[in-house]
Design a protein around this ligand. Structure first.
Ligand SMILES: CC/C=C\C/C=C/C(=O)SCCNC(=O)CCNC(=O)[C@H](O)C(C)(C)COP(=O)(O)OP(=O)(O)OC[C@H]1O[C@@H](n2cnc3c(N)ncnc32)[C@H](O)[C@@H]1OP(=O)(O)O
Length: 723
């Protein structure tokens, strides 16, 4: 049994015991069920305490069991039994009570908790609804409005707030079991039916249909394309519409439908992928187990532009003091304004109080003197993408900073070694690639160079977590993983324009797939001048001319549309015209006939025949080209597992979690089909290197291996020819 049963002072104590988070697997459910029945039968027992071992109550159902068909009592059987008990039952909560964990607590007559506790119904984040009575009982505890909010967002609620909401009866300090026993003994004479949530009515104000409609509208716009939030709303509304039993039965049906849905399977995959990528390893052998992170108590950021300012903000809002360096006072002042404005916005969003924001700001020390960085533990350089400039800065930092200081570069494309070699501490140089807007986007691509030490990697991986990012470790190559994969994706989008499509058609196809924003809208947001400069820099490096009228560039297919738009003064959203036109800085993209004409003229001048391109082809070409690149990245060992690529796309480019990430998506389509299509497009477009099929993809397309083993095949840990 995975729940210990002991008796203390005539109180039965049932302790959930399933490391590491007491997940409510079938054996744990059976343990609780047997425990309460035993306590009920025993005339010497006056009351029951349910609690968890190892400092936490329960993180919910065992997510891994949803794929199989494990039995054991259904969770609501526990609730049904407690509802009929005359002996009081209290949930004594420490750590987390999430998902099925909170549902078990809601079965109990009372809930007490330590101040540090967090409760929540995060099932929606793995494409489910709280299927153990949560959508029916939580509204009875806290009212419809709060329940809708908690269940549709999946957000954790801190204990004191949960107490105010009526979810927790008492906040306690000290030993949670002792407190539980003391509390429940004081309730031995009450009529338990009076405190049983099943018996309560659901509180709400206004018209139920209006509440339902408003909640539906909200979740449909906030979680576009996701099914679970919609079903969550339906089920919570049922709690007020239906008798308790009918609500519970309907909830169970909804739960089973969602559990078997492709969206939930993908989101469950993403949940474990996010955890798998924390088990990083370096080709040199260092890994997450053996390497110890260095403390980062003080930090510095060089460059107070939007990127650097955002990074500094991440640091100070996580309690790490930061010295922000700019080359002159004017730039520094401008940067500080950006930081202040972003802090204000955080306050407006209710994520920080004014007091907290003020305190954060005091942790920022602006300066124009780089020498001020001499004693910090870690510096992040965030100047613009210029190798010469970055090398100069690193050479300076190497001289100025104490020998222990870790030097990070926020480059989006340059090889780490090309910067690290400017120093005499290559083992302490590492890439930390933030994504714009750096304060908001969750992905942190950490890049190791040839000589980066495991200790340095461990430090930036830990720092990533501390500043609430999702850090993923990758090897160094041009563009690293994210931008390297983005390149063929956006190139194919532009080729589709040349061949007959339009920016709005391409973007609509992507958004219908589930991307929150289309390729050309993103390009307008970041600015067409960026894309133009990248191409110009590549041309400069290769010693060739950039020609907008050539269909070939560096021996590859070329689309000169960006150059043409740039020349026409179309910089993107910032000047109101790019691939679309905009009426204001916050305006929506509007199809611009001028762009359509420009594209058509471009095709005429180059003799490109335009045709009707179907949405399937657009999607396939953009996604398969990028997926093929993903396999090359695995093949080259720049990632050690396919999960890393998926997490990068989910958190760097907002790939819908309910589609799992591009590699997971490929696994669902089938590698054989992907490989055949890649070969077909390679034949059709022989001048696009990105269509050269990855040999790993070719190999894996011949066999049926789960995604979790693709990295092993790539790294030679699994020999496929011996299978
Ligand atoms: C039978 C009931 C039927 C229906 C209704 C109920 C449905 C549910 O309850 S669905 C599950 C709802 N709960 C969650 O979604 C919570 C998931 N867990 C978390 O959010 C976090 O793990 C945490 C906040 C509880 C702790 O975070 P942290 O301290 O950062 O640790 P990790 O996330 O790294 O987790 C450690 C370790 O535990 C594994 N794990 C966590 N929760 C579960 C779980 N519910 N089921 C199975 N495994 C779980 C996690 O994967 C980590 O292990 P690995 O590193 O080996 O992957």
């Amino acid at each position: 049994m995975m729940a210990d049963y002991t008796v203390r002072d005539q109180v039965a104590v049932i302790e959930l015991d399933n490391p590491p988070v007491n997940a409510l697997g079938s054996a744990v459910r059976a343990g609780i069920y047997d425990g309460i029945r035993k306590a009920d039968r025993d005339p010497n027992i006056k009351a029951v305490v349910i609690c968890g071992k190892r400092g936490t109550f329960c993180a919910g159902a065992d997510i891994r069991e949803f794929d199989g068909g494990k039995n054991g009592p259904w969770i609501t059987d526990i609730g049904d039994f407690i509802d009929n008990m005359k002996k009081p039952v209290v949930a004594a909560i420490e750590g987390f009570a999430l998902g099925g964990g909170l549902e078990v607590a809601l079965f109990c007559h009372y809930r007490i908790a330590l101040k540090t506790v967090r409760v929540g119904q995060p099932e929606v984040q793995i494409g489910l609804l709280p299927g153990g009575g949560g959508t029916i009982r939580l509204p009875r505890a806290t009212g419809l409005k709060n329940a809708l909010d908690i269940i549709t967002t999946g957000n954790h609620v801190p204990a004191e707030k949960a107490a105010k909401m009526g979810i927790i009866d008492q906040i306690v300090t000290g030993d949670i079991i002792e407190e539980g026993i003391k509390f429940v003994k004081s309730k031995c004479n009450i009529d338990t039916s009076l405190v049983c949530l099943r018996m309560k009515t659901v509180k709400y104000s206004g018209d139920l249909d209006d509440i339902s409609e408003a909640a539906m509208t909200k979740v449909k716009s906030k979680f576009k394309g996701a099914i679970a939030p919609i079903v969550c709303v339906k089920s919570v509304i049922n709690s007020a519409k239906m008798p308790y039993e009918k609500g519970i039965d309907t909830e169970k049906e909804h739960f089973q439908d969602l559990r078997h849905s492709s969206q939930s399977k993908a989101m469950r995959y993403a949940f474990f992928a996010e955890r798998a990528i924390t088990r990083w390893q370096l080709p040199s052998g260092g890994n997450y187990k053996t390497a110890k992170p260095l403390p980062v108590k003080t930090s510095g950021v060089i460059g107070a532009g939007t990127m650097g300012g955002g990074i500094a903000l991440c640091l100070i809002t996580s309690g790490i003091p930061c010295i922000l360096v700019e080359q002159n006072q004017q730039f520094l002042d401008k940067g500080l304004e950006i930081v202040k404005a972003q802090l204000m916005r955080t306050v407006q969003l209710g994520k920080l109080s004014t007091e907290q924001a003020k305190k954060c700001f005091t942790m920022l020390k602006p300066t124009t003197n780089i020498e001020d960085l001499k004693n910090v533990d870690l510096v992040i350089e965030a100047v613009y993408e210029d190798l010469k400039l970055k090398r100069e800065i690193f050479e300076k930092l190497d001289r100025i900073c104490k020998s222990e200081t870790i030097l990070c570069t926020n480059t989006s494309s340059l090889h780490i070694d090309s910067i690290a070699t400017a120093t005499k501490r290559q083992s302490k140089v590492v890439g930390t690639h933030f994504f714009a807007p750096s304060y908001i986007m969750k992905l942190l691509e950490n890049i190791y160079g040839t000589k980066t030490s495991a200790e340095t990697v461990a430090t930036v991986m830990k720092l990533g977590k501390t500043i609430k990012k999702v850090p993923v470790l990758v090897g160094s190559c041009t563009g690293f993983v994210a931008n390297r994969m983005l390149k063929p994706y956006s190139e194919e989008a532009q080729y589709c324009l040349e061949e007959g499509s339009t920016p709005s058609i391409v973007d609509t196809v992507l958004m219908d797939f589930g991307m929150p924003i289309g390729n050309f809208q993103v390009s307008d947001l970041s600015g067409l001048d960026i894309g133009f400069r990248i191409k110009r820099e590549a041309a400069r490096k290769a010693g060739v001319e950039l020609s907008k009228n050539s269909r070939f560039f560096l021996g590859q297919r070329n689309c000169g549309l960006i150059e043409k738009l740039y020349e026409a003064g179309r910089m993107g959203k910032k000047n109101g015209k790019g691939w679309y036109k905009y009426e204001s800085l916050n305006g929506k993209p509007i199809v611009d006939p001028e762009v359509t004409m420009l594209i058509e003229e471009h095709c005429r001048s180059l003799g490109i025949e335009r045709r009707n391109i179907g949405s399937q082809e657009i999607l396939e070409r953009m996604q398969y080209a990028m997926i093929n690149e993903g396999f090359k990245i695995l093949e080259e060992g720049l990632c050690t597992m396919a999960e890393e690529i998926d997490v990068i796309w989910i958190y760097g480019f907002s790939w819908p979690k309910y589609m799992g990430g591009p590699m997971y998506y490929a696994s669902q389509i089938g590698l054989k089909k992907i490989y055949e299509k890649v070969c077909y497009y390679h034949k059709t477009f022989p001048y696009s290197m990105h269509w050269v099929p990855s040999s790993l993809l070719a190999k894996l397309s011949q066999i049926d291996l789960p995604l979790s083993e693709w990295g092993d095949v790539a790294q030679g840990r699994k020999l496929v020819n011996k299978l």
